[in-house]
Design a protein around this ligand. Structure first.
Ligand SMILES: Nc1ncnc2c1ncn2[C@@H]1O[C@H](COP(=O)(O)OP(=O)(O)OP(=O)(O)O)[C@@H](O)[C@H]1O
Length: 300
């Protein structure tokens, strides 16, 4: 068990294996109070699986996942299954899966700006309103750690920015740690302290210090977007095939990739031409911050 001065959650060389295939492996990750850690990576790269290890929903097949004693977690899953044919108001939704004090539910709905929808049917909410309701439900538990799996899905760009702003504000207000998942390698992250890029394992991680300053970016997304968001620039040196094997930049294919297996190379001065993008089963993309790169990037 972790002590109060330790991280809220810590994964060490953690991996999940199913039917002889590693869904994700060799993950080292920690989230501290007041810290926002963002997981990025292509579809199927193991982000949700990693989050579930952090939550304790999945037990690592190897390595460890340790949470602070008595940790309260607020979870916004990627998918939820609710029978939408049943009437369910937003207020009732707040305490659907656990007891929540009415005052805490009100505070959470106020913080997320959905108080005026408290009597509305959840099934009638717009995409952005629903995501806010999901966030409110997580906050109402007064969590030490919030795990948000693609919290901006289905939300339009300006709604996305305000949701990221909201997450940042909640972090500031309640001082919780946040493990945030984004499915898009191009995604821009607001107030993220640490970015972890997964692709079956930790490809690289670091602090996104870059803010997109280019005129084109500002023109496209507006100055507010530039002020709030940073782009994390990174690259990959290998591809994960659909059957779980790994194709390396030199064309060789191995059963799996692990930080210890010696296939990783230093990203500093990396030659992009060595990157084989042909026939990728999981398409890799590169974030390009104009002139800015994430600071303090390290490679697994
Ligand atoms: N219970 C399971 N049994 C077998 N394979 C699984 C299981 N759960 C997930 N997977 C597989 O593990 C891989 C990682 O899945 P995961 O949901 O963690 O990816 P992700 O990065 O969150 O993807 P996305 O961006 O599409 O949400 C995928 O290939 C998925 O099909």
């Amino acid at each position: 068990m972790l002590q109060p001065t330790d991280p809220l959650v810590q994964l060490t060389s953690a991996g999940i294996e199913r039917s002889g295939r590693w869904l994700v492996r060799g993950v080292d990750l920690s989230v501290r109070s007041g810290e926002i850690v963002t997981l990025i990576g292509p579809n199927g790269s193991g982000k949700s699986t990693t989050a579930k290890m952090a939550l304790g929903v999945l037990k690592p097949s190897e390595g460890s996942a340790v949470r602070r004693e008595g940790l309260r977690v607020g979870y916004v899953p990627q998918k939820i299954s609710v029978d939408w044919t049943l009437p369910l108001t937003v207020a009732r939704f707040m305490s659907l899966t656990g007891k929540v004090a009415p005052a805490d539910a009100v505070r959470a709905m106020e913080a997320t700006g959905i108080m005026h929808h408290q009597h509305a049917e959840v099934r009638n909410l717009s995409g952005g309103e629903f995501q806010r309701a999901m966030l409110a439900r997580a906050i109402a538990r007064k969590p030490d750690l919030m795990v948000l799996d693609e919290p901006v899905q289905g939300v339009d760009f300006s709604g996305e920015i305000s949701l990221y702003d909201l997450i940042k504000r909640i972090r500031d207000e309640i001082g919780c740690g946040v493990l945030l998942i984004s499915h898009d390698l191009h995604v821009v992250m607001a107030a993220t302290d640490k970015v972890i890029c997964l692709n079956g394992h930790v490809c690289c991680q670091g602090t996104p210090t870059a803010v997109a300053e280019s005129a084109a970016y500002k023109q496209l997304f507006g100055p507010r977007a530039s002020a709030t968001l940073a782009v994390y620039e990174h690259d990959h040196d290998h591809t994960h095939l659909a059957d779980g094997r790994v194709r390396h930049a030199d064309g060789s294919i191995t059963e799996h990739c692990h930080p210890d297996d010696g296939h990783h190379h230093d990203h500093a001065g990396h030659d992009h031409s060595g990157h084989d993008h042909s026939g990728h089963d999981r398409s890799h993309s590169h974030g390009h911050a104009s002139g800015n790169t994430g600071g303090g990037v390290s490679n697994a």
